[in-house]
Design a protein around this ligand. Sequence first.
Ligand code: SF4
Length: 152
Amino acid sequence: MQPPDVNVAERKQIEAKGFRDFLDCSDETGIMWIRRKKDGSCFFLLKNNRCAIYSVRPAICRLEPFTIIDFDYEKNRIELELNVPSACGCQGVFDGETLPIEEIGKAAQMIVQKILALTAKDLGLLVTDKKVASETRSRILRRRIEIANLVV
Ligand code: SF4
């Protein structure tokens, strides 16, 4: 399972809570990953399996228990699936509260924006280029197949 990633806005929100040195920026893609502890759990997972930054947790954690399975960039529509294996494998992603559907939607949009930005960087194109949207969709679909293969 991969650790959650953050963009600049998410990093600032976490820093505003007083946390420092929580990133592992070793990824050559420039993505900022949250560090894992020695036992493999997230830097922010507390001993009681709660998230220390629950109110500002990254989009990938907010989206749980949904996963993005398709991105129809022609219609600007994101398709989600419920009850798939946790993307980050963390016990702290759910604190028992009911998440408004708008919050799930916002998290999904932010994640697609992150993948678009990363894809644009990889391809050396503007994020608004249609090839970037197309490749982003391909990446999401490939990820869906990877998850499906993990389940069987
Ligand atoms: S929900 Fe879990 S993975 Fe996400 S930031 Fe919190 S402790 Fe880390």
